[in-house]
Structure formats: C-alpha cells, structure tokens
Design a protein around this ligand. Structure first.
Ligand code: AMP
Length: 397
C-alpha cells in the first residue's frame, strides 16, 4: 500500500505523536539562528490542531551526552509558541514517567513538545521498550522529519511499528519525497547537477548515481581538487583525499563512457593560508604553485558554469563551490546561487539541498527564487543515491 499522507485524515479527538526535525542551530545565548526547520513543520501541526487533535512533538537537538541543559528543547518551544501564536506545553520533565498523564489530559488543539530525545541513549539505539513508551502517548504517529529519515532511531523508525494502520507522513516529508522524485525522474533536460563541498568521500556515491541521470555534472569546492589531481594536475596544498584518487579517475572514465559532460573548475582563487586574511591570487586549477591552495573557483570557471546552468532545465545543487563563509572566497558560490535562481525564473526546475548550500542560498536571499529547498542533507544524498530511508520504509503499511 506504500506510505500515506495526512491530507485526508481527520484528526478530531486524536492524540498525534509527530517526529519533527528541530535540530536547529543555536548561538551562545541559546538563540535560534535559523528557524527554517521549525517553520517548515507548521503546516502539519496547524492541520492537526485545527481539526481538534492534540499534537505531541518530539525531536533531537545536537549530540548531548545524557541530560544537558545546553541541549534542551526549551528555546525551540518558546520559538514555536511565538510562530503559532499559541502556548506550547514544555517542561524539563517531559519526557518522564508522568508525561503520559500530562499528555492524556490535554484538551483538543493543544501542543506539547517533549524534551530532547537524545538525552536517552535508547533513542539512537532504536530500543523497542523506549519506542513502546513513546507510542503509549498517542493514537497516531506522523513522521515529518526528513532531515533524520536516514537514521533508524527509536522516534524515526522503531516507534512506527506500534501504530499499524495509524502511521502517516506529514506534509514536509511528503513534499521532500515528491521533489526528490522529480529530480530522480527529471523530465526536463538538460539536467545539471552542481556538487561542491569539502570532501569527495561523502559525495562519491551520489556523484556515481547522478551520473546515470544528468547531462552535466559540475564539480566545485575543495573536492574538485581530488579530481584535478587524479587527472594529473598540480594542486599545491589544496584539499586532497589521496585515498580517493583512484576512484576519482574511475568516476571520470565512467562519465565519459556515459556521455556526461563533467565540468571541473579550470581556474581558482588561490590563497597562501586558509584564512580571510591570507594573500590571494589567481591560478589555473591544474597548475597551483606549491604553498598555495585553491579556496574558490575562478572567474573563467564561474562564467562557464553559469552558462551551463543558464541553459539547463533541471538543476540540483548540493555543496558550496568555495569557502563561502569567508568574504574573499564566496564569489563562486554566490554566482552559482544567482545563476540557479535566474534559471528558475526562466522556467527551469531547481532543487537546493544540504546544510551549506541552503545556508548560502539564504545568505544571498534567494531561497524563494529556487523551486525547492530541501531540509535534509544526509537524508537527501542517501535518497538520491537510491538508498531506502529507514524512516520512510517504517511508514509503509
Ligand atoms: P561539505 O560539508 O562537504 O558539503 O563541505 C562544506 C564546506 O566545504 C564548507 O564549510 C566550505 O567552506 C568548504 N569548502 C568549499 N570549498 C573549499 C575549498 N576549496 N577548500 C576547502 N574547503 C572548502
């Protein structure tokens, strides 16, 4: 039967346990610096409380080792309450033995947020007893946490087995899957993938599987230098993964066989240190002097990549093209964000995903000018690699 949407479910009088992904960034003052994930969860919550259901939200936040006040969900509860204009029930004891009583006595339309699930080591262990305890809080289970869908944890996976006939995917998860399917079965070509970031090791599988469906594969960021070196280039002290040189060579050969247009940077902004205060210069990407490192793609590459993006009908972007956090090395990433947005305005379909590329598209205020921004990094990559996501599988009836 597959997985079911909440769209046509009537939640009146029901207690609904929702796994959300509120693993949001906080600064030293415990202030949320990016609330995208919270805002994206609102449609599901609003539908359920609007119909007179009780919402019980659960999430993890960071990687606490046991109970640690610095990882409390309290700031999230306050923020959520402001966004909804409604009280969100939270106290540090939630989740505790008395939680069940509190939850079972909530009036229709109430919202409760449990304390950080990762205070309990049973959560990541997928412990069935812990999952059962969670399941006793509610009549219905909804998963709306795409960002953790690749994790087989208690709240994402094990708990679902206690809700046969009563488990659903929320609007956010449904939307994510719908948009990723659009990428995997792209109808509009040319299809261009832009893959960047620091490490090639984390992107090898996705590059390989995308090479079956894309026309153009743009590779930038630190990872591009492993490819440049594998092809015989001189990359100075740029980021390199020596143990991935062979696989990089294989990928290049495979793309040639498949007729994929592999686009590596041909020039780079180079620096004599990994710092915004470093001396900078320009170099061919395959002839970087000793002692210098490539920290962004150069103007020639920007122009070539932008031209390809401008002629594309489907665009997938994951990972920055340079060290965009530093002013001197942001231009490549910024230009790709602008090109992707303008291709979208022209009618192309574009999906941007992965923590850093989302941060970049937000930084340049272009998030609403691309077709879809995914809230998942690892989960998105695994889905595009063709892997089954345990949390999605667990929703199958
Ligand atoms: P990832 O998590 O693998 O997507 O990598 C994101 C990080 O890659 C960002 O923090 C960027 O600053 C970094 N990055 C991008 N380009 C380079 C580069 N040429 N050298 C070193 N780091 C880079």
């Amino acid at each position: 039967m597959g997985i079911r949407s909440i769209e046509n479910v009537d939640f009146r009088g029901k207690r609904v346990l929702i796994r959300v992904d509120y693993n949001v960034p906080l600064n030293q003052n415990q202030e949320i610096t990016d609330d995208t994930r919270i805002r994206e969860s609102l449609p599901t919550i609003e539908k359920i409380i609007g119909q007179g259901g009780v919402v019980i939200l659960m999430s993890h936040l960071g990687r606490p080792k046991g109970h640690d006040i610095n990882f409390s969900m309290m700031p999230v509860a306050i923020h959520l309450s402001q966004l909804l204009g409604k009280n969100v029930i939270f106290d540090r004891e939630l989740f505790s033995p008395r939680t069940k009583d509190v939850i079972h006595n909530l009036p229709p339309g109430s919202i409760a947020l449990l304390e950080n699930l990762r205070y309990y080591k049973q959560e990541t262990a997928g412990d069935p007893d812990f999952a059962k305890q969670l399941s006793e809080l509610a009549d219905i289970y909804v998963n709306d946490a795409f960002g953790t869908a690749h994790r087989a944890h208690c709240s994402t996976t094990t708990v679902a087995q206690f809700f046969p006939g009563n488990k659903y995917c929320g609007f956010l998860l449904e939307n994510e899957l719908h948009n990723l399917e659009k990428i995997l079965h792209a109808e509009k070509h040319p299809f261009t993938a832009i893959i960047g970031g620091a490490k090639v090791s984390s992107k090898i599988d996705v590059i390989k599987s995308l090479s079956n469906i894309v026309d153009n594969m743009i590779i930038g960021g630190g990872m591009a230098f492993t490819f440049v070196k594998a092809l015989g280039g001189k990359v100075g002290s740029s980021l390199i993964e020596e143990d991935k040189l062979d696989i990089a060579q294989e990928i290049v050969a495979e793309m040639m066989r498949k007729g994929v247009n592999l686009c590596l940077p041909t020039d780079a902004v180079i620096a004599d240190a990994f710092s915004n205060d470093a001396q900078t210069g320009w170099s061919e990407a395959d002839n970087i002097p000793d002692g210098w490192m490539g920290l962004d793609i150069g103007q020639k590459s920007i122009k070539r990549f932008a031209d390809i993006i401008n002629h594309s009908e489907t665009i997938l972007w994951n990972g920055p093209l340079g060290v965009f956090e530093m002013e001197k090395f942001k231009q490549g990433t910024k230009s790709m964000a602008i090109s992707t947005a303008s291709a979208t305005i022209r009618g192309a379909y574009s999906l941007v995903g992965g923590g850093d590329s989302v941060a970049a598209i937000n930084k340049y205020n272009l998030a609403d000018q691309v077709s879809y921004v995914s809230t998942g990094g690892g989960a998105m990559l695994e889905y595009l690699e063709g892997k089954e996501l345990p949390a999605v599988k667990a929703l199958e009836e």
